[in-house]
Design a protein around this ligand. Structure first.
Ligand SMILES: Nc1ncnc2c1ncn2[C@@H]1O[C@H](COP(=O)(O)OP(=O)(O)OP(=O)(O)O)[C@@H](O)[C@H]1O
Length: 442
């Protein structure tokens, strides 16, 4: 029983000294580990700025959480330092995360305001996209010298901004239609989606990819050093068991070689210890953290990254995959999507929209598709898969605000799927009607 006369919050923390470095990318490490080669490529690409040539465009790519942004910021700061010491005119804007902008207008607006004083900011609307671009060019010309623009997650750049940003902007100086004559513009684009480059027009591709720097995943030894550095800052002295960092590093290396995931494991393990009132973080806390980390990450997707329509489509794809004797075709996913959307009182969008949602999920790496030929009938169809463990996805969905959309008998069907159909469970035939009756929608 909670004692109503006592405040349940605890004013002390025996485990964490400073949690922010584990949680937020805004924390800037003062050392970068194990990226010497990448840093060397980077410096090489930007060296031209210091010796008076035009800046190169740089494209940085690699999976999530492998230091692309951290290294970029580190190199940016060093470049600015050197330029100042050598009296070289240089303005750097960014990294600006493209994911936060829905249109070219919004993105350009932000960029213009980065150049402008606080009292002279552009309003959020009121001009045409062409005019805000014009303002941007004017600002660039006004500061003059070298102007580097850093765009993070450029795979999420608004579609209507692609050409203008990735092709026109870097060559603005040469283009007579822009007011830029003196300033030299360089673009640094960061992405974790390589397929993004494939869909660009060849001329855009070659402009952006003047210099490419690839970041690979970290191995367990590298992660041990990086996570050890953060653990020293984040935890109180002497509370970490000696297995904690190596275990978190080994787990993350096996998964994706991603620092962010390792940091989350450390945070979670520390939280388990704190909840128990333990005086240290043990191997058992860490194992518990690794056991739940996948579900936690997926829960984050459901709660923060996906729109409600994308979340329902993701759930429907998972259901289509685990249901017996059925393929996760677009049509089938749509059927299930409509049922769960309807039963949970959410809007049901058209079948055409499902293609869009599946595409977006695929861009985020949550689903993948395979094309299937329809044999003598001719034509093709797409069969979908989820990239994570369906059990983790279902568990995350059940803990999320979409739990009301999950069919009530999901666990039975999941069990049947996991046991490779070796149970007593009589799977229905493959007609949609029967399959539809299989699920108990809430
Ligand atoms: N080599 C490293 N040394 C120190 N800290 C690092 C290193 N690599 C990554 N980090 C830290 O790990 C976290 C994730 O790194 P970062 O944001 O740079 O990854 P990213 O590759 O840009 O990922 P995403 O594509 O998801 O944005 C940050 O807190 C960053 O400071």
């Amino acid at each position: 029983m909670v004692d109503v006369n006592e405040n349940p919050f605890d004013g002390t923390d025996a485990i964490f000294e400073r949690k922010q470095p584990l949680k937020k990318d805004t924390f800037t490490p003062d050392t970068i580990f194990h990226r010497d080669e990448e840093i060397e490529f980077y410096i090489n690409a930007l060296q031209d700025v210091i010796v008076g040539h035009d800046p190169n465009n740089v494209f940085v790519y690699g999976p999530t959480g492998v230091g692309k942004t951290a290294v970029t910021k580190w190199v940016r700061d060093k470049l600015e330092e050197k330029a100042e010491a050598e009296d070289i005119p240089l303005t750097v804007v960014g990294p600006i995360n493209c994911r936060n902008y829905r249109s070219a207008y919004a993105l350009v607006n932000t960029l213009v305001n980065e150049f402008r004083d606080p009292e002279n900011q552009l309003p959020e609307s009121g001009y045409s996209t062409d005019s805000v671009f014009e303002f941007l060019y004017e600002e660039i010309e006004a500061v003059g010298g070298n102007v580097l623009i850093i765009l993070d997650e450029i795979d999420n750049i608004p579609a209507d901004a692609r050409n203008d940003f990735l092709y026109e902007l870097p060559r603005a100086e040469a283009n007579e239609n822009t007011p830029i004559t003196d300033a030299k513009v360089g673009l640094i684009g960061i992405s974790n989606d390589l397929k993004f480059v494939d869909v660009l027009e060849p001329k855009v591709k070659s402009t952006l990819g003047e210099r490419e720097i690839k970041f690979g995943p970290y191995d367990a030894t590298e992660l041990r050093d990086i996570l050890g550095y953060y653990a020293d800052i984040a935890f109180r002295e002497g509370v970490l068991g000696e297995d904690v960092v190596p275990l978190a590093a080994a787990f993350s290396a096996q998964e994706r070689g991603d620092v962010r995931q390792g940091l989350r494991i450390l945070e979670k393990a520390g939280e388990y210890a704190r909840m128990e009132g333990a005086d240290g973080v043990t191997e058992a806390h860490t194992r518990r953290a690794t056991d739940t980390i996948e579900t936690d990450e997926l829960l984050d997707y459901f709660e923060h990254d996906l729109s409600s329509q994308q979340a329902l489509t993701y759930l429907a794809t998972t259901l289509a995959l685990i249901e017996p004797k059925h393929e996760a075709s677009t049509k089938r996913i749509y059927n299930l999507y409509s049922s769960i959307a309807e039963s949970s009182g959410r809007r049901v969008k058209s079948e055409r929209k499902i293609y869009e949602f599946l595409d977006q999920l695929s861009m985020q790496g949550l689903v993948r598709s395979a094309e299937r030929n329809l044999g003598r009938k001719g034509g093709r169809k797409y069969i979908y898969e989820v990239t994570d463990d369906p059990t983790d996805i279902i568990n995350a969905a059940l803990q999320s605000s979409y739990s009301d959309a999950v069919p009530s008998n999901v666990n039975g069907i999941l069990e049947h799927y996991l046991e490779d159909e070796a149970t007593e469970f009589e799977a229905p035939d493959t007609t949609d009607d029967e399959q539809q009756n299989l699920w108990q929608f809430t």
